[in-house]
Design a protein around this ligand. Structure first.
Ligand SMILES: Cc1cc2nc3c(=O)[nH]c(=O)nc-3n(C[C@H](O)[C@H](O)[C@H](O)COP(=O)(O)OP(=O)(O)OC[C@H]3O[C@@H](n4cnc5c(N)ncnc54)[C@H](O)[C@@H]3O)c2cc1C
Length: 462
């Protein structure tokens, strides 16, 4: 491996090839700190050309590549193998914003640019890059493209996929494909870029992207409601769409347990009386009348018995404290103790039945379990986290939850991807015909399994 390390040093500069365990530690460990890899080295190219040369060198030495951005992924997709022998290609130095076009509403940006930095920059042009995730201070453009990240703006603007107009990628053989078009309409053949969006680095390396921007809304209004049950929440979603219209940007469901955890472990307080569940609803627009529409929605919800209590935030500080409750759920859960996280999606109309059935299935296996459930109800996406309270039935609980997900024709990974964490369950639950298609795509683009092996597909996908 010494020869490869030397060659990588010649391509990127020896200071950009890290080999000491202490230097590689943060690149080799996943965000949850539950998988630790053992890479040959970490290399940090600074241009698309350098990435291509790095890929060709690794290929010559038959060494697998693990592309990495901010390493905030929640599926250990960017974490090298514990068995060792692979090279982490970190894109963090490839981080230029190449151009912003406020008229065409596009930004062309390199893969390693930090999401928050890009968002702040486009905002100075009165534009918004509508991807909102709590990790945006570290997550990169290449990472959000490669995981097809979701977050709190999906309801209105779609997943990252809906924002990608063009991509530049380095293929597994080192070829650079320049598809950096700034076009909203382009039906000139297969839309190949879609294959790389959400591919978790298994088909090639994304080096740059053209993303669609939207006008930055000048106003927003936030409401917090308690509702008796999930059926009422779903009906309220429909009512909100009717009364608030397409300004509706966020519709988050939060369980009573989630709020209780935040109250107990973080010390924050809910501003309203409890129901069975809570909703955080937000709308944004540059037009007037937004606050009135939200007040009307709240009034009607209370009148019809869909809501138990509710408040429309009257100040920036109130908005912040409502969001703070939502954003501290994960931290409160961690302080409570061990939990099993599931990032699932279910057709919204079947959510209530799903919760009953999944709850029964889990309790049958782990009677002391509790449920910290929250997520993006408007997208049918729930973070269905089982608090084990001392229980040890990890695998059985995971399987039970996913079996009910499959029964409801849902997805075992709504937004976090498959990576290493969910590979076993993907193999168990994904229909064979779809697995075959995935393997066929891999075969065409990365026949020798150089790109992120063991993630999303097994080590030898066949
Ligand atoms: C606190 C917190 C909150 C989060 N909230 C959300 C959320 O609401 N919604 C959501 O969807 N996700 C969320 N995430 C997950 C994570 O932030 C996203 O998946 C993010 O898109 C990952 O970006 P990254 O640059 O850190 O990618 P990494 O973690 O570095 O990589 C993720 C995957 O993409 C691949 N990859 C990275 N860069 C490239 C590239 N240039 N070319 C090819 N492959 C590449 C990696 O190999 C890996 O498989 C959250 C994470 C944290 C820690």
């Amino acid at each position: 491996m010494r020869a490869l390390i030397e060659e990588l040093g010649e391509i990127c500069g020896s200071a950009q090839v890290l080999t000491k365990p202490s230097e590689m530690e943060t690149y080799a460990t996943d965000w949850k700190r539950s998988v630790k890899g053992n890479p040959v080295c970490v290399v940090r190219p600074a241009s698309t050309q350098e990435v291509a040369l790095v890929v060709r060198a690794c290929r010559r030495y038959q060494v697998a590549i693990v592309p990495q951005g901010g390493n905030t992924g929640l599926a250990a997709g960017a974490t090298p193998s514990p068995k060792g022998g692979d090279v982490v290609v970190s894109l963090v130095r490839l981080n230029q914003i190449r151009s912003i076009d406020p008229l065409a509403m596009t930004v062309e940006v390199e893969a390693g640019a930090i999401l928050q930095t890009v968002k702040e920059k486009v905002e100075t042009y009165g534009r918004l890059l509508p991807v909102g995730i709590a990790a945006e201070g570290s997550a990169t453009i290449g990472g959000i493209v490669s995981t097809n990240a979701g977050g709190i703006s999906v309801l209105r603007y779609g997943m990252t996929r809906a924002l990608v107009l063009g991509l530049e990628v380095v293929l597994a053989d080192g070829t650079i494909v320049d598809g950096l078009r700034h076009l909203r309409k382009d039906n000139s053949g297969y839309d190949w870029k879609q294959l790389f969006i959400g591919a978790e680095g298994t088909l090639g390396i994304v080096t740059a992207a053209v993303l669609r921007l939207v006008p930055r809304p000048r106003g927003s209004v936030t409401a917090f409601l308690s509702v008796p049950d999930v059926d009422a929440a779903a009906r309220l979603f429909s009512l909100s769409q009717e009364l608030v219209g397409d300004a509706l940007s966020t519709f988050e469901l939060i369980s009573q347990t989630s709020v209780a955890l935040v109250e107990k472990h973080v010390g924050l307080r809910s501003p309203i009386a409890a129901g069975g569940w809570y909703l955080l609803v937000e709308a944004a627009s540059s037009l007037s009348g937004l606050e009135q529409a939200m007040e009307t929605m709240l009034g009607k919800a209370l009148e019809d018995g869909l809501a138990v209590d509710g408040v429309v935030a009257a100040s920036g500080q109130q908005v912040q404290s409502i969001w703070s409750l939502r954003e501290h759920i994960t931290e409160a859960e961690a302080r409570h103790g061990e939990s099993l996280k599931h990032d699932i999606s279910i057709p919204i109309g079947r959510m209530s039945d799903f919760l009953v059935e999944a709850g029964e299935a889990v309790t049958a296996i782990c009677p002391q379990a509790d449920f910290n459930i929250f997520g993006h109800l408007g997208d049918g996406n729930l973070h269905y986290n089982v608090l084990l309270n001392g229980g040890q039935e990890h695998e059985a609980v995971n399987r039970a939850v996913h079996d009910v997900v499959v029964l409801y024709r849902g997805s075992i990974s709504a937004e976090h991807g498959i990576g290493q964490y969910r590979l076993k369950e993907w193999l168990r639950t994904k229909p064979e015909t779809e697995q075959k298609l995935a393997r066929a795509i891999k075969q065409v683009l990365d026949r020798d399994c150089m790109m992120n092996p063991g993630k999303l597909l097994p080590l030898n996908p066949g």
